[in-house]
Design a protein around this ligand. Structure first.
Ligand code: TNX
Length: 764
């Protein structure tokens, strides 16, 4: 019987089909991969894991590549995936084809409804294909699925590094392994393990047992930030170290995840913990104590004493067998030359070796250790200070104070790794909200790391080849627990992963944030205490065309709205809605908050404005501001916003060893009765008050009359200079503050140039 076309039945079938397809795609929540792969093509098929799904592994593939994937799959599904050959349907096929996938560490991942195939260029490629697969696994209603498509992928840089300081705070083996898993998941292939420093020696060296009993411990630890004065301590003995057996186990763990561990044994500076146990290795012979606070210490290894070299060579003799890495990091940073200058042995060494200054002595030290390591078949990496007095022949430079070290090295055809503190330091703050947990300083929000570009226009194409990659550094002064460390490391480490792996042309911050939001359940599943403040409000203060201050606010949260108040009350959905920069017409607090789907998102933002006669007026400086304390627009000195006590908000202007002198032009003669300025004083940060500060007024900009003078600035932190002067009509205000000059003996970093930090010149 020929069935009749039944329009009702047809419509029903279509509706059913739409429902089923809709249902499937509703299950395939959109997902992404971090770091963004080279090429992604999605299709409409879906692979579903069923009871008989198995992994088929080609000969030659190291089964250890599966450990991490299988572990993760089990935690997601509660069951193991069988490996071998079973049913014909539903397989994950792993193979290697170095011709089909020409780029080292590259892979092609193809997903159809029947099978998932990962073809790697090499073992690492297969492994990375599996990491991408982990990020594509989607679980809903007890079912695990993967959206179909093809991904072709390979890294941009061969060196993708993450550093961790375990001296300032010690992290146990389980935390290290947990983080190694995360490095692997995000395709970071180098773990730079900073094992020794002033505050603790963390690796067992059998020949020197006092490194374990003395150097691994400190009597107590500073409380709060090192800039605070006086320093306060917790009175608790603190320490620990990794046994050689633990180090071996961690190296094996990392190797299985295609991560090379580069150990760092610091020299010649940051050596106080070692000197505490073996004082004969210091210039004065001690006694020394393992440091209990953070910073730079004058006592370093004596470069004139042969025993120093014997000691370090013996240490390395035990370190090298534990680490197969071709590269060994020997530090080299922040080594004050104070003690060498007056040490007879160091001075004798300089005469014997015809070294013209202590910088050349540092170069001698590094060069000698390099020769030793070369004789053992290894290469050295050092922080950019190893450039001092000339670079040792095969050395790789890790450029941290800026990009300059890396550029100089590359121009000399030395390898370099970019790790500039301004962009990739994870001990820096990621948010300017005052309720952020204590951190080192600075400000490297997620966007700043993401937008960092490791190759620079200062190098030509040939020189640029020497930039081997990029690394983020996690100095642990203010990371007292694994949870605090995770708050600093995540999600910023994911941004680092993307700048290290993803092709420059594929970088896209908005796309990254979208993928990062998809990534949240995975980070949760992996029990990571990631910060999630990246969508909170960021701001910009500028001048409107008619010279009034304006405040621009933004949030990257999709679909979010910002509401704000100017009367000090908490913003609600009934407050003013933010549409365009807010013109500031009165002093006081602006409070703002992000609302998403009518709910408050994150913390409430605040900014305090102090309007006065100089706001928006012309200001001219005699000496240019320097370094990190120069955000480029001197009008910030008269913008009504006071720099914060963390000095990381771009408001402070800094002068290193030089004086501050500014003239504010009020535009017309005005009645002036109060003058003010803020000065930052933190001797533990090399920030010194001026010797003399004066205010002068002038009607014509030529003849000035001094109206106020101050020579004492007692507060540690912000000194608010507020001078009531005899009312005078003036158009020009001159502020002079003389720099302290050289930091005096007995003070922190004596002999260095003092910083003078100034913000907001106030005229009322
Ligand atoms: C500088 S970066 C250091 C470390 C500190 C860090 C704090 C580098 C090579 N040396 O000793 O922990 O600053 O940000």
């Amino acid at each position: 019987m020929i069935s009749q076309f039944n329009p009702r039945k047809f419509l029903l079938t279509i509706l059913c089909l739409i429902f089923i397809i809709g249902h499937i795609s509703a299950q395939i929540k959109e997902q992404g991969i971090i770091p963004q792969p080279f090429k992604v093509q999605k299709n409409n098929t879906v692979f579903s894991f069923v009871a008989t799904t198995y992994i088929s592994v080609d000969k030659g593939i190291n089964p250890s590549n599966l450990i991490f994937f299988n572990g993760y799959f089990k935690s997601l599904s509660g069951r193991n995936l069988p490996v071998g050959k079973y049913a014909k349907s539903s397989i994950i096929q792993l193979s290697i084809d170095s011709v089909g996938v020409p780029q080292p560490e590259g892979y092609i991942l193809s997903v159809t409804s029947k099978q998932i195939s990962i073809v790697g260029h090499d073992q690492a490629g297969v492994f990375y294909g599996l990491q991408s697969l982990i990020q594509l696994l989607h679980k809903a209603n007890g079912k695990i699925t993967v959206q179909g498509g093809v991904i072709e992928d390979h890294p941009r840089f061969a060196y993708r590094g993450m550093h961790l300081d375990v001296s300032r705070h010690f992290f146990k083996v389980d935390a290290i392994e947990k983080w190694i898993d995360l490095l692997a998941l995000y395709k970071i292939n180098t773990f730079h393990w900073h094992l020794t420093d002033d505050q603790g020696w963390r690796i067992e060296i059998k020949k020197y047992p006092l490194l374990q009993s003395i150097s691994a411990w400190r009597d107590e630890t500073i409380i709060g930030h090192k800039k605070d004065s006086p320093h306060r301590f917790d009175g608790k003995r603190y320490g620990g170290y990794y046994t050689q057996a633990e180090v071996k186990a961690i190296v094996k763990y990392a190797t299985e995840r295609h991560i090379n561990i580069i150990p760092e044994i610091e020299m010649p500076g940051h050596a106080l913990a070692a000197l505490a146990a073996y004082p004969q290795l210091g210039c004065t012979g001690g006694p020394y104590k393992t440091a209990t606070f953070w910073g730079i210490f004058d006592d370093v290894y004596c470069a004139g004493n042969e025993e120093t070299f014997t000691f370090l060579q013996n240490v390395l003799d035990e370190v090298l067998p534990l680490f197969p890495s071709k590269y060994i990091h020997i530090g080299g940073d922040e080594c004050p030359k104070t003690k060498w200058k007056t040490c007879p042995k160091c001075q004798q060494r300089m005469r014997d070796e015809h070294l013209k200054d202590e910088h050349e002595l540092q170069s001698y030290f590094i060069g000698r250790m390099e020769k030793y390591l070369n004789s053992k078949g290894r290469q050295i990496i050092g922080w950019d200070e190893i450039l001092e007095g000339g670079l040792a022949p095969g050395a790789t430079v890790m450029s941290w104070t800026g990009e300059e070290g890396g550029i100089v090295a590359a121009k000399q055809h030395h390898d370099a790794i970019m790790t500039p503190e301004k962009y990739v330091y994870l001990d820096y703050y990621q948010s300017l909200y005052p309720s952020e947990p204590l951190a080192g300083g600075g400000y490297t929000p997620l966007s700043k790391i993401y937008n960092y570009e490791p190759t620079t226009t200062a190098l030509n194409a040939d020189e640029a080849k020497y930039i081997k990659g990029v690394q983020a550094n996690a100095w642990s002064e203010y990371m007292a627990s694994p949870a605090q460390a995770e708050h600093q490391l995540f999600p910023r480490m994911l941004a680092l992963a993307e700048i290290a792996w993803t092709d420059k042309g594929n970088k896209d911050y908005a796309g990254f944030l979208k993928r990062l939001r998809y990534e949240q359940p995975l980070l949760k599943q992996l029990n990571i205490n990631a910060a999630n403040t990246f969508d909170e409000i960021t701001d910009g203060v500028s001048q409107s065309p008619d010279h009034r201050e304006q405040l621009a606010l933004s949030s990257t949260l999709p679909g979010a709205h910002i509401y704000y108040t100017t009367d000090g009350t908490a913003p609600t959905l009934k407050s003013k809605k933010y549409n365009q920069p807010i013109i500031i017409t009165q002093s006081g607090l602006v409070k703002a908050a992000v609302f998403s789907e009518a709910k408050l998102y994150g913390r409430v933002y605040e900014k305090d404005f102090h309007l006065h006669k100089a706001v928006g007026k012309t200001i001219i400086l005699t000496n240019p501001p320097q370094g990190a304390y120069n955000s480029g627009d001197v009008s910030e000195l008269v913008n009504g916003v006071f720099g914060n006590k963390l000095y990381n908000d771009g408001q402070w202007y800094g002068f290193n060893g030089i004086d501050f002198e500014a003239v504010v032009d009020l535009g017309s003669a005005q009645q002036v009765s109060q003058l003010g300025v803020n000065i930052l004083k933190y001797h533990w940060q090399k920030m010194w008050e001026p010797q003399v500060l004066t205010f002068e007024t002038s009607a014509d900009g030529k003849t000035y009359t001094e109206v106020y003078r101050q020579t004492s600035f007692p507060a540690n932190g912000i000194n608010q200079v507020r001078a009531t002067v005899k009312p005078v009509r003036a158009r020009y205000i001159r502020v002079k503050a003389t720099n302290k000059g050289i930091i005096p003996p007995g003070e922190y970093i004596a002999g260095a140039k003092a910083w003078l930090l100034v913000d907001e010149i106030i005229v009322e």
